[in-house]
Design a protein. Structure first.
Length: 295
């Protein structure tokens, strides 16, 4: 049997997605999340990495997707837990409360625990992940590590024993970056696409810690996957689909809406749909999608 595919993007609230996806700016009568959820069945929430979101905001998300039966949210864990590694009981309660709101509404896909490239494999790193799993034990946990040192038997055994999903990521192959190779450690797959803009990625590393504009910070993710690259991706994902019950596919190449265009193309390829419902805004911005769009 085919697994359930959840295909979407990392975030939905981007001003530069107008007019390439959203036909107009968000207003009282036009809501971006509501529009987004008409076309995709999941979204990865990145704002929860930067701030502790008010429960009222989460309740608003739930209301806005009420017309779509299958829509889910994958929540990125706050950077206090993954990058700063300094948090308190109040922080834990704030995260749990929102996760429980989504769980009760049957809208939670899982918790994305994303570590930086500098978080390389070690016994202490394994112990830290174990502590986070024990802190958030009642949710599907997707762990993203970016350093190739994690590709070893001990690490994968730990992931399997702890029932953690090992995130597959596609990123520029710089230094000891972990390669794009699906690794299965439980009954779910979580696959994130950061683009392959190697030059911008290197510039981002060189400018780390400097004050940058939104455009400068986002430049590393500016990348539109080609049809040939998407077929390669499709084949890799389909090679593991018999091993899992769910596959979450998240496009993080967000600048100007490239993530949206590639997500529609992967819906077409992975769901094996002849035609996909695509808004006219996207077809105008990405004419190559016309051949897979419902007329």
């Amino acid at each position: 049997m085919k697994p359930k595919f959840y295909i979407g993007t990392a975030g939905w609230s981007y001003k530069d997605w107008v007019p390439g996806f959203y036909p107009k700016q968000q207003s009282g009568s036009f809501d971006w999340l509501q529009f987004y959820s008409h076309y995709f069945n999941c979204v990865e929430v990145n704002s929860t990495y930067y701030a502790y979101i008010s429960p009222k905001v989460v309740e608003g998300w739930i209301r806005k997707v009420s017309d779509t039966d299958e829509f889910i949210f994958d929540i990125k864990l706050h950077q206090d837990f993954t990058h700063k590694r300094k948090f308190n009981e109040q922080n834990i309660k704030a995260v749990r409360y929102n996760l429980d709101l989504l769980t009760k509404a049957e809208r939670l896909g899982g918790l994305l625990i994303q570590f930086p490239y500098s978080f390389s494999f070690s016994n202490s790193a394994i112990q830290y992940i174990r502590e986070l799993k024990d802190t958030f034990p009642n949710y599907n946990s997707f762990v993203e590590v970016r350093h190739s040192s994690w590709k070893n038997k001990k690490a994968l055994e730990f992931f399997r024993d702890a029932n953690l999903t090992f995130c597959t990521i596609d990123q520029p192959q710089i230094g000891q970056a972990i390669p794009f190779e699906p690794i299965i450690t439980n009954d779910k797959a979580y696959i994130r696409f950061h683009g392959r803009n190697e030059e911008a990625w290197k510039n981002s590393i060189n400018n780390f810690g400097k004050k940058q504009t939104y455009e400068e910070r986002s430049a590393r993710y500016k990348y539109l996957y080609t049809p040939g690259e998407l077929v390669e991706i499709e084949q890799k994902i389909k090679s593991i689909q018999k091993k899992v019950k769910e596959v979450h596919v998240i496009m993080n190449n967000h600048p100007q809406g490239d993530a949206v265009a590639n997500a529609f193309e992967l819906v077409h390829l992975l769901e094996e749909k002849d035609k996909v419902e695509i808004p006219g805004t996207v077809l105008k911005a990405y004419p190559r999608l016309e051949e897979i769009a419902i007329n």
